[in-house]
Every structure is written in structure tokens, then in C-alpha cells.
Design a protein around this ligand. Structure first.
Ligand code: NDP
Length: 452
């Protein structure tokens, strides 16, 4: 019997925290988990899941015209936001209940409370109840931040977008990352007039230039008013909306302004520094390769550590933590070659090095093809796809794969397996094509378009 109230206390009921709690409890550990808001965290409640459902909703707009091209007698429909929002809310209630049920079924004690760390082996709930705990796992995630712009609090963030009573007619989205670009496409698909400001030269900084170039070109083609090299100077509330003064001196009124200008780790007021945990300049919990902080009994995983802000990464960090601490099998987290998808329209899937990063590293060959896919070309849509492989000249290994296409997220998951295994270009070529598909191009590109 342990002398502690809990062997493990997890603070935060998001994807990482819930998985770690369940897997630790399955080893026989006595586990408690506290969540101050809704079980499921950012991904389930105000992130990936509701976002993906909005992507699905927004994709129907183009399908009416496509269906007519394919011979169906259908008229364009109109989108009813309140009806979608009600269905979305019930789906999120259902998912939250599933998360709770899984925790309870695993024997984890749930505390619906904000919790702070009051000692190296002690946590306190907001009602003052204290527990002695052998290990603490901080999995409190992150939150969107508003930029330091006059009256930026007039704007909303991705946290509020799912709860709007009505959709705006005209929205300005500020930022050029995942969230800004995804919501620009979603809202454009839901017939909102979308302007997107990005302060740099091209959206999706850090991704392959050719791939992000095509995404941005297609976004503009589909109706997003994307303005590059542009930012907000200040904002003011007017009777008929929010007046935005821009860096080029122009002014325009929007019904809503959404900032997607980055996220910050949730460490404020947790009591971490007081017990000796190191917190970095971006408010992130500093951890080693095993997710352990400077205080041996305190670990942290997921967005609060500001390593790679992705749900599956938080889950893997949680599993590695349990292997290390509860299964006697010290496991480092492998952050190499993480595939990911950006759910813009068109979607982008990516794994490994961009052409630009690979060029810095070694001699490469680039295999790429861009074309109009059968399904949408038939409906006379201008949509183009891009399939691209970046290959090492010396080892022949595929260093990076970049796909801009419908279902690019599904494709990159599978290509990611081969690339993680170290597959060479010749091994890609030795795989027989599946015809007629878009992804068959990944195994049929014979000659490099560039070498560097
Ligand atoms: P990102 O860090 O990806 O993007 C922030 C954007 O805001 C950048 O374009 C940045 O510009 C810009 N920016 C920052 N500060 C300012 C400012 N003061 N004024 C104007 N623009 C500014 O953050 P997101 O919020 O989009 O996403 C956070 C994380 O969430 C991502 O990194 C990703 O890991 C995760 N995520 C993943 C998704 C997925 O897997 N599909 C979906 C959504 C989120 P600059 O480039 O110049 O710095």
C-alpha cells in the first residue's frame, strides 16, 4: 500500500492527460484526474473535433454544383448555422460523456475542479481539499492569445467560434498558421465573406514552399480575400461592426475579427515555480526527454510543454510517461517524422523535410507533379493537386512528402509509415500503383523535376 492518497494525480482532462491517467490506472496505480472545464480538453471541446465537423459542413457548398455536373437534379442549399451548432453541441456532449465513462471504467477518480500544485508531492483542489500524491502529471494544455494591438479584445479566438449565436456576414481572420488558414476556408465554405491578413510573405510558414503556395493560390481561387504582408494596427467598436485600421493605412468594417495568432501554455497560477519546476519564457513547463521536470515527482506532457502542439503527440508523450514511471521501461519521446495535416481547402498533408530545409542539409532530388484530379475536373472545377517527394541523393531515402489534395490527411498517414521506416525512392517505385487514384502518383513519378 502506498502512503500517498494517489500514486498519480493528473491535472488536465485533455487528450494527453486522459490517456496517461487511463493507462497508468491499468497498471494498478491509484489515479486521480482534475479538470476545471469540460473533459476532453482543447482537441475534443474547442479544437480538432469541432473544427473537423465544421470542415465537413463547409465542404457541402461545392458539392451541389459537382452533383449537377454528375447528372443530379439538385439546387444550391443554404446553410443553417443554428441547426448545425445544435447538432455540434450534442455531439460534443456525447464525446465528453465517452471520455468520462472511459476514465471511470478505468478506475480513475475524477475531480471537476481547478487544481494547483502546493508541494512536490501535494495538490490542492479549488475548495481547499489537499491530496498527497506520489507523482504529478501536468497536462493543462494551452490557450489562444490575443496580440498586443489596441482593442484586440474586440476580436474573438478559435475558442469562441463554435459558440457564436450567428455567423458573421463579413469576418477578418488574422494570422497565417494552421488555425487561421483552416478557419478562413471553413467560413468561406459556409458563405461568410472572409478576409485573411498575414503579416509575412506566404501563409503556413515552415511548410514546403510549393505546397503552401498551392494552398494559398487555391484559397484565393475559392474566394478567400487573402492579404499578405498585412496586419491590424488598431480596432474600434462602431455601431455597425468593428472598424479595423490596417498597416497599409486603409480602414474597413467587419462584423467579427478572429485572431489566430498563436497559443500559449496554461501555466499561470498553477504553483509550479514555487515548488521548483522550471517554466520557460513562453510560459512552457521545461521537461527532459522523459517529460520529467527539474522536480523528480513532477512530469508534464502536451501543449503545456510547447514541444509539438498536436493531439497525437500529447497522447504519445502520455504513454511514454506511463512506460517510464509505471512500467519500469524508461521511454524517450520520438518527435522525428511526425506526419500532420492542415485541413484547409484544399487539404495539405506533410511529413519530413520541406524542399527548402532538405536543401540546407544535403544533396537532394525533387519529384513532383501537379494536375487537375479526375473527380473535380469532370465538374469543371479548377482545383489542382500536388504530390511531392524530396529524396536524398546519397541514401535515396525519402526525406519529405508533401501532398495538397482532397483527403491529403488520410494519404499522409499511410505515406508516413513508409517514410518513418526509412523507405527509399526505389522502394516507393517498387510498389504497384492503385489506379485510378490521386495517390498513385506517389509511386509513379519517374524523373526528378529538380536536383539541388
Ligand atoms: P501558429 O503558431 O501556427 O500560427 C500563428 C500565426 O499568427 C502565424 O502565422 C504568425 O505569424 C501569426 N502571428 C503571431 N503573432 C502575430 C501578431 N502579433 N500579429 C499578426 N500575426 C501574428 O498558431 P495557430 O494558433 O494557428 O496554431 C497553434 C498550434 O496548434 C499549431 O502550431 C499546431 O501545432 C496546432 N494546430 C494543429 C492543427 C492540425 O494539426 N490540423 C490545427 C490547428 C492547430 P508568423 O508566421 O509571422 O510568426
Amino acid at each position: 500500500m502506498s502512503n500517498f492518497d494517489y500514486d498519480l494525480f493528473v491535472i488536465g482532462g485533455g487528450s494527453g492527460g486522459v490517456r496517461a491517467a487511463r493507462v497508468a490506472a491499468a497498471t494498478g496505480a491509484n489515479v486521480g484526474l482534475a479538470e476545471e472545464f469540460r473533459m476532453g480538453g482543447t482537441c475534443v471541446i474547442r479544437g480538432c473535433v469541432p473544427k473537423k465537423l465544421m470542415v465537413f459542413a463547409s465542404e457541402y457548398q461545392e458539392m451541389f454544383a459537382d452533383a449537377r455536373a454528375y447528372g443530379w437534379d439538385v439546387q444550391d442549399g443554404t446553410f443553417n448555422w443554428p441547426s448545425f451548432r445544435t447538432n455540434l453541441a450534442s455531439e460534443l456532449d456525447r464525446l465528453e460523456a465517452v471520455y468520462r465513462k472511459l476514465l471511470v471504467g478505468s478506475g480513475v477518480a475524477i475531480h471537476d475542479s481547478r487544481t494547483t500544485v502546493t508541494g512536490t508531492h501535494e495538490v490542492a483542489l479549488s475548495d481547499g481539499t489537499k491530496f498527497s500524491v506520489k507523482h504529478i502529471l501536468v497536462a493543462t494544455g494551452g490557450r489562444p492569445v490575443l496580440p498586443d494591438i489596441k482593442n484586440s479584445e474586440l476580436g474573438i479566438t478559435s475558442n469562441n467560434i463554435f459558440l457564436l449565436p450567428e455567423l458573421p456576414k463579413k469576418i477578418l481572420i488574422v494570422g497565417g498558421g494552421y488555425i487561421a488558414s483552416e478557419f478562413a476556408c471553413i467560413l468561406n465554405g459556409l458563405s461568410v465573406e472572409v478576409t485573411q491578413f498575414y503579416r509575412g510573405e506566404q501563409i503556413l510558414r515552415g511548410f514546403d514552399d510549393e505546397a503552401r503556395g498551392l494552398v494559398s493560390e487555391m484559397m484565393i481561387e475559392k474566394g478567400v480575400n487573402l492579404q499578405l504582408g498585412m496586419n491590424v494596427l488598431e480596432m474600434e467598436k462602431y455601431d455597425d461592426g468593428i472598424c479595423v485600421k490596417c498597416t497599409n493605412g486603409s480602414e474597413k468594417i467587419y462584423d467579427q475579427v478572429m485572431f489566430a495568432t498563436g497559443r500559449t501554455p496554461n501555466t499561470d497560477g498553477l504553483g509550479l515555480e514555487a515548488v521548483g519546476v522550471e517554466v520557460g519564457l513562453s510560459k512552457e513547463v521545461m521537461v527532459d526527454d522523459y517529460s520529467q521536470t527539474k522536480v523528480p515527482s513532477i512530469y508534464a506532457i502536451g501543449d503545456v510543454t510547447n514541444r509539438v502542439q498536436l493531439t497525437p503527440v500529447a497522447i504519445r508523450e502520455g504513454m511514454a510517461f506511463v512506460e517510464t514511471v509505471f512500467k519500469g521501461n524508461p521511454t524517450k519521446i520520438d518527435h522525428a517524422l511526425i506526419p500532420s495535416a492542415i485541413f484547409t481547402q484544399p487539404e495539405m498533408g506533410t511529413v519530413g523535410l520541406s524542399e527548402e530545409d532538405a536543401r540546407q542539409q544535403e544533396a537532394i532530388e525533387v519529384y513532383a507533379t501537379s494536375f487537375r484530379p479526375l473527380q473535380t475536373a469532370f465538374a469543371n472545377r479548377p482545383d489542382r493537386v500536388l504530390m511531392k517527394l524530396v529524396v536524398s541523393k546519397t541514401t535515396r531515402k525519402v526525406l519529405g512528402c508533401h501532398i495538397v489534395s482532397p483527403n491529403a490527411g488520410e494519404m499522409i498517414q499511410l505515406a508516413g509509415i513508409a517514410i518513418k521506416m526509412g523507405a527509399t525512392k526505389e522502394q516507393f517505385d517498387a510498389t504497384c500503383a492503385v489506379h485510378p487514384t490521386i495517390s498513385e502518383e506517389l509511386v509513379t513519378m519517374r524523373d526528378p523535376v529538380r536536383t539541388a
